[in-house]
Every structure is written in structure tokens, then in C-alpha cells.
Design a protein around this ligand. Structure first.
Ligand SMILES: Cc1cc2nc3c(=O)[nH]c(=O)nc-3n(C[C@H](O)[C@H](O)[C@H](O)COP(=O)(O)OP(=O)(O)OC[C@H]3O[C@@H](n4cnc5c(N)ncnc54)[C@H](O)[C@@H]3O)c2cc1C
Length: 379
């Protein structure tokens, strides 16, 4: 067992205190599939939404190594609850990293007070350098046109970080990030259909129909968009998604072991059967590998090292681990595991979101290959 800082121990106790209420809210959210405001406020009121935010902005300024054990406890409850703490403890990085003093003073205190922010990159017609949403300058204003999809919490957010093409070079769209408040004319949000898992995590389609924003709403400089997305957010967000994989895997493992010890066939608990034991051993090995890799990636991040390859590798390991472990855990439950009455059913579905958030498995492999071919193995 690794030694934890006092603050980590403190917030883990806080997370344990509110866990029964979070579990109740997670069950409720699963039924109504609406944004879980009560859970959001519970987490916010207990300080869990500002653990990583720097102290000067009213947060706890926790390092990755100190923060993620707390996140892990919360993320084990459900996918939707995990997405709340994942979003709020990450998204501030863009404004804090690239914002002007005026932007930081305007928006960061609002986040600490409990406002939701969103980030809009993904599009129906292309993403990243293939982006088709454009922003065109018109005097002191910019005019945004285009479409986004799968944007988490955009309908609940008071602010969306919108990435749009403001030019083109040989590699494709040159991106700029705009801070676009809710309710600006022409920004039309429509909730997307219900998702397979993480019920209650809302996702929106957004249409930008001649949306006008002042020049001062650009985050950083014109053309900084890719740098903002890649360097302030993406690596640590990938670590966060990998930790979500660890959380789901740990929960699925606990459920499977508990079930295996109690389910009796032919006079013996199935935990005594070799076939089940092999599965349990494989799950435990997966957990150990993921936990160790994540701990190493956090240590490197906290030391200020570049972790591009490590973040992509842990994200890949995280989603594959969550896939394998929830699959094995479901099979150990037998047919009843397929019913909503057993928690494994929900964790199995929640795990599938990890394939996509912060980039698919294929994208992680491109990044890892690019990095190791250029720099060799750094881990
Ligand atoms: C729960 C959830 C929450 C999300 N939240 C947000 C959010 O808040 N903001 C946001 O901007 N986005 C969000 N997304 C979108 C997510 O980031 C994307 O779904 C993901 O990056 C994949 O992009 P895509 O869906 O456009 O897939 P596509 O790019 O259409 O890819 C489809 C398939 O083709 C493969 N593929 C694509 N390009 C290539 C290539 N060049 N070579 C080989 N294979 C390729 C992919 O790996 C994938 O298997 C969310 C998604 C989910 C599921």
C-alpha cells in the first residue's frame, strides 16, 4: 500500500462519508437519465470539484499523485458521477493555462462556485485538423459557423470552449479556441439520444449559426487552439480516463469476487473452481499493471516531464483493462449479471464510454508509435 498525503487521506474520508448518498443518487440517475445536479452539488459542496485547481483560484492545488486516489473512490460509484468529477477537475486548465487576467478573473471564480464548463471539439464532419467549424473575423468580432456533436454537459454549462478553424495550413485547419457563453444568439443546443452507459451524462449537438463573439473571447492567441487542446488538457485527461478504467475495473473485480464466493454450484462456491480462479487471477494481474502504470505516469507528470506517450499508453491500457475486466466479471455472474438488478450490468455498459473519451484506441496507438519512433522508449 502506497503512503498517501494527509490531504489525500482527508478527501478520501470525505468521499467515503458521502459514498452511500452518491450510490443512491447514481441509482436514481440511472433511472431518469438527467444531469445529476444533486450529485454535482454534493461533490461541489464537499470540495471534490476543485481538488486540482490551483490555490490562488480557491482550489486545493493537488498534484496528480495526490488527487487521483480520491477521484478513484468517486469514480467507482458510476460512470455519470465519474464524468462530473473528471470534467470539473480538468477543464479549468485551459483558461488557467492560456487565459488573460480578465478571462481568469471572469470565469475561474464561477467554476469554484459550482458552474459547469464544456469543451467542444468533436464534429459530425471532421475533427482536429479536419475541423469544418469556422470562425471569421468581422471588425472587433468573430462569427462562428458549423456543428459539434457529443459535447458533454454543454446544455448545463455556462461556458463552452469552442474550437474553430480560423485558417488553413498544409496540415489542415488552424484552430483557435473561443470562450462562448451560454445563450448567445445562434448557438443552438440539442440533447443527443440516450447513451449506452454513463446514464445521466448529457451530450449535446451544437449548431453555430452566425454566432458573434467579441475578439476578447479568444483564449490565448489566434491559432493557439491545437496547443491549448493538446498541451493543457489532453495528457492529464487521458490519465483521468485511464483512472476511470481502473475504478470500473476495481469495482467489477470486487463484485465478481463477492459473487464467486457466494454462488454455490454442485455443492461448492464457484470461487473454488479452477476456471473461475483463472479469471480472477487474470483480472487481478490487469489491475496491478494498470495501477502501476498510472502511478508512474502521475509521478512523471508531477515532476514536469512530457508524458505524451505515457498518457496515451495508460489510456489504451485503461480502456482495454476495463473492457477485459468488466467482461470477465459479467461472465462470472452468470445470467443474473445480465439483469439490471446486478450492478455489474451498469459497470459493463459504463466501461464502453472509455473507448471514445479523449480519443479512440487507434488514436492512442498513433500517438504512442509517433512518440517512440521519434524519441525511443521513454518508459
Ligand atoms: C461519453 C463521451 C463523451 C464525450 N465528450 C466529448 C466532449 O465533451 N467534447 C468533445 O469535443 N468530444 C466529446 N466526445 C467525443 C469523443 O472525443 C470522440 O467520439 C472520439 O474522439 C472519436 O471521434 P469520433 O467520434 O469523431 O470518431 P471518428 O473520428 O469518426 O472515428 C471512427 C472510427 O474510425 C477510426 N479512425 C478515425 N480516423 C482514423 C484514421 N485517420 N486512421 C485510422 N482509423 C481512424 C477511429 O479510431 C474510430 O474507430 C465524447 C464521446 C463520448 C463517447
Amino acid at each position: 500500500v502506497r503512503p498517501l498525503s494527509e490531504r489525500t487521506e482527508h478527501y478520501r474520508r470525505v468521499a467515503a462519508e458521502i459514498a452511500p448518498e452518491l450510490e443512491r443518487l447514481a441509482d436514481e440517475t440511472e433511472q431518469h437519465d438527467e444531469f445529476p445536479w444533486e450529485a454535482f452539488h454534493l461533490l461541489n459542496d464537499h470540495g471534490l470539484m476543485k481538488l486540482t485547481l490551483p490555490k490562488e483560484w480557491g482550489g486545493e492545488g493537488m498534484s496528480a499523485t495526490d488527487y487521483f486516489p480520491v477521484y478513484l473512490d468517486v469514480a467507482k460509484v458510476s460512470g455519470a458521477i465519474r464524468m462530473l468529477i473528471h470534467g470539473q477537475n480538468g477543464i479549468w486548465r485551459m483558461i488557467e493555462g492560456f487565459g488573460s487576467d480578465a478571462q481568469k478573473n471572469e470565469w475561474l471564480p464561477k467554476q469554484v462556485a459550482g458552474a459547469v464548463f464544456a469543451g467542444a471539439i468533436t464534429e459530425p464532419g471532421g475533427t482536429g485538423r479536419g475541423m469544418t467549424t469556422t470562425a471569421t473575423r468581422d471588425g472587433d468580432e468573430w462569427v462562428i459557423n458549423g456543428e459539434k456533436q457529443l459535447i458533454s454537459f454543454a446544455g448545463e454549462a455556462i461556458l463552452t470552449h469552442v474550437f474553430a478553424a480560423t485558417g488553413r495550413d498544409e496540415a489542415g485547419a488552424v484552430l483557435t479556441c473561443f470562450l462562448v457563453p451560454k445563450d448567445v444568439p445562434g448557438q443552438i443546443m440539442t440533447r443527443m439520444p440516450p447513451s449506452m452507459g454513463c446514464r445521466g451524462s448529457t451530450h449535446y449537438h451544437i449548431r453555430y449559426d452566425n454566432v458573434r463573439v467579441p475578439h476578447s473571447s479568444i483564449l490565448g492567441k489566434q491559432g493557439d487552439g491545437l496547443e491549448i487542446a493538446l498541451r493543457t488538457m489532453l495528457d492529464i485527461s487521458r490519465i483521468s480516463i485511464a483512472y476511470a478504467g481502473l475504478a470500473i475495473s476495481q469495482r467489477a473485480f470486487e463484485l465478481a469476487v463477492d459473487f464467486a464466493k457466494n454462488r454455490v454450484t454442485l455443492g461448492k462456491p464457484i470461487a473454488s473452481r479452477q476456471a473461475i480462479r483463472l479469471s480472477i487471477a487474470e483480472m487481478a494481474t490487469d489491475l496491478y499493471a494498470l495501477d502501476s502504470a498510472l502511478h508512474d505516469a502521475c509521478r512523471r507528470f508531477d515532476a514536469g516531464e512530457s508524458i505524451i506517450a505515457e498518457a496515451a499508453a495508460t489510456k489504451l491500457l485503461g480502456l482495454e483493462t476495463a473492457g477485459r475486466v468488466t467482461d470477465r466479471a459479467l461472465r462470472i455472474h452468470g445470467g443474473v449479471g445480465y439483469l439490471e438488478s446486478h450492478k455489474i450490468e451498469r459497470h459493463y455498459r459504463d466501461a464502453r464510454a472509455l473507448w471514445f473519451e479523449e480519443g479512440t484506441a487507434e488514436i492512442q496507438k498513433f500517438v504512442i508509435a509517433e512518440q517512440v519512433l521519434q524519441h525511443g522508449l521513454t518508459f
